[in-house]
Design a binder for this molecule. Structure first.
Ligand code: CAA
Length: 423
């Protein structure tokens, strides 16, 4: 029997064990720190240990979700991991995650990729699966997991980051209900950002990528608005606007661009309308960028980290209100959708979990250590990197109970251990 409701029942995230202050990075690169902290809006970035790959981060987010929402692992009939930090050309990240989370064998399991859109593709598939009635009461676990790497001293370096966000989607949402009457999506082949199979680091035509993002936002929104004779939520009815967040300042560009689209005229810099737009950004977007500004770009997970931030901060005053979500995947494809925050969502997310505690638990490192870790992570994917005597740093074992130990006989090796402080 087809279902009429679909949305989020649970959400949790994981971040790497180390962080770097971006003002320190700027100083080391001979750049004015204000360029990073104000110009890009980025305060810190997450730095993964060599033992933290996209599998480990996805498992960390999934375990936290199962534990904190007391979710039944046997009820999960679909596991999708959205990532552009794949560990294999064939074997998906999701196979390792399925095993390490102890999910049922009666589960569809696969990985989705389209740059930062990968997890949104998973969310849309899970939504359709639930609505079709073919889930038969089972739930979908969609995990967005990524490690953003551009390289030392590149323009993209201050926009690196890493982490994972897990989302439990079902016909009995308790946090957010998706509005499925309308969607807006867009695609065009462009070379704005890519990561070839031979490179762990991404290549980006940075300023062009910003233009591609804004064009895709405008075109997705136009399709979303489409035929106004049907149900159409106006921008005024939206209490918070969430966007894919490569760096927080991009959200201001995106929001002003969306307001221009809705008005049908450009907001001219310095005009009263432009200043109103900036104030609107401060009200409807900026409050939910705190986590992103301390974690950095997590590619496909960054939109959902902003969603976590919003839910964790939500009070009864915001509950019942409409929010919008915009996903952009370079290359490119994009999607604009709306959802409603459900009553009691903030309380449920805050129970037993605090993003602040998780972020504060990270070990702060300096630029030299970050560079060493960056190079060490690069070497871990090579065959022969496995060392059975490898001592996993305490900073990592504190965070979660799984670590990547390297590659042996062309097979990835993961270690699980008991970690009293994790989750
Ligand atoms: N004080 C305050 N602000 C300063 C400053 C200072 N001293 N110096 C510079 N700035 C401001 C600039 O004015 C600029 O702001 P505006 O864009 O609002 O004018 C901002 O800081 C950045 O300066 P530049 O544009 O000169 O920076 P850059 O050329 O070195 O690189 C970047 C910026 C292109 C975003 C680069 O970091 C990059 O290539 N990043 C990776 C690509 C990316 O993130 N693209 C985003 C869209 S694509 C996408 O979203 C998918 C994805 O996840 C990758």
């Amino acid at each position: 029997m087809s279902q009429s409701r679909v949305g989020l029942e649970a959400i949790a995230f994981d971040v790497p064990s180390y962080s770097l202050d971006l003002a320190e990075l700027a100083q080391a690169r001979g750049i004015d720190p204000l360029k990073y902290t104000r110009g890009l809006g980025q305060l810190e970035m997450a730095v993964p240990a060599a033992e933290e790959d996209s599998v480990v981060l996805a498992v960390g987010a999934g375990k936290r979700l199962l534990k904190q929402f007391n979710a039944d692992a046997s009820s999960i009939g679909l596991l999708i991991v959205g990532t552009e930090t794949s560990v294999d050309q064939s074997k998906p990240v999701s196979s390792y995650v399925h095993q390490l989370l102890g999910l049922s064998p009666e589960c569809r399991v696969y990985e989705t990729k389209h740059a930062c859109y990968g997890a949104m593709a998973g969310v849309q598939t899970a939504t359709d699966w639930v609505l079709s009635g073919r889930a038969h009461g089972k739930k979908a676990l969609v995990i967005a997991s990524d490690i953003a790497r551009y390289g030392i001293a590149t323009p993209g370096e201050p926009t690196q980051g890493a982490g994972a966000v897990a989302l439990l989607i079902s016909s009995e949402p308790t946090l957010v209900e998706f509005e499925t009457e309308r969607q807006g999506y867009y695609a065009e082949q462009v070379m704005d950002f890519w990561r070839p199979n031979y490179s762990k680091e991404a290549f980006a035509d940075g300023h062009f990528s910003i233009q591609c993002y804004l064009k895709a936002l405008a075109r997705s929104f136009e399709m979303f608005v489409g035929d106004r004779s049907r149900f159409m939520p106006t921008l005024d009815s939206i209490s918070a606007c969430l966007y894919h967040a490569p760096f927080p300042k991009m959200m201001q560009k995106a929001h002003l661009s969306l307001l221009s689209c809705a008005r049908g005229t450009e907001l001219e810099q310095g005009s009263p309308a432009y200043e109103q737009g900036v104030a609107d950004f401060q009200r409807r977007v900026a409050p939910f960028l705190e986590l992103n500004s301390r974690v950095g770009n997590i590619y496909t997970a960054s939109l959902f980290l902003a969603l976590f931030d919003l839910l964790e901060k939500s009070t009864s005053a915001q509950e019942g209100s409409r929010i919008s979500l915009f996903s952009y995947g370079s290359g490119c494809t994009a999607e604009f959708m709306t959802a409603r925050v459900l009553s009691g969502a903030g309380e449920r997310v805050r129970t037993g979990f605090s993003s602040k505690t998780l972020l504060e638990a990270r070990t702060r490192i300096g630029v030299q250590e970050y560079e060493e870790l960056f190079n060490a992570s690069g070497r871990m994917d090579r065959d022969g990197s496995f060392n059975p005597d490898r001592k996993v740093p305490e900073a990592v074992t504190r965070q979660r109970d799984v670590a990547f130990l390297g590659v042996k006989d062309h097979q990835r090796q993961y270690l699980t251990y008991s970690s009293p402080q994790a989750y």
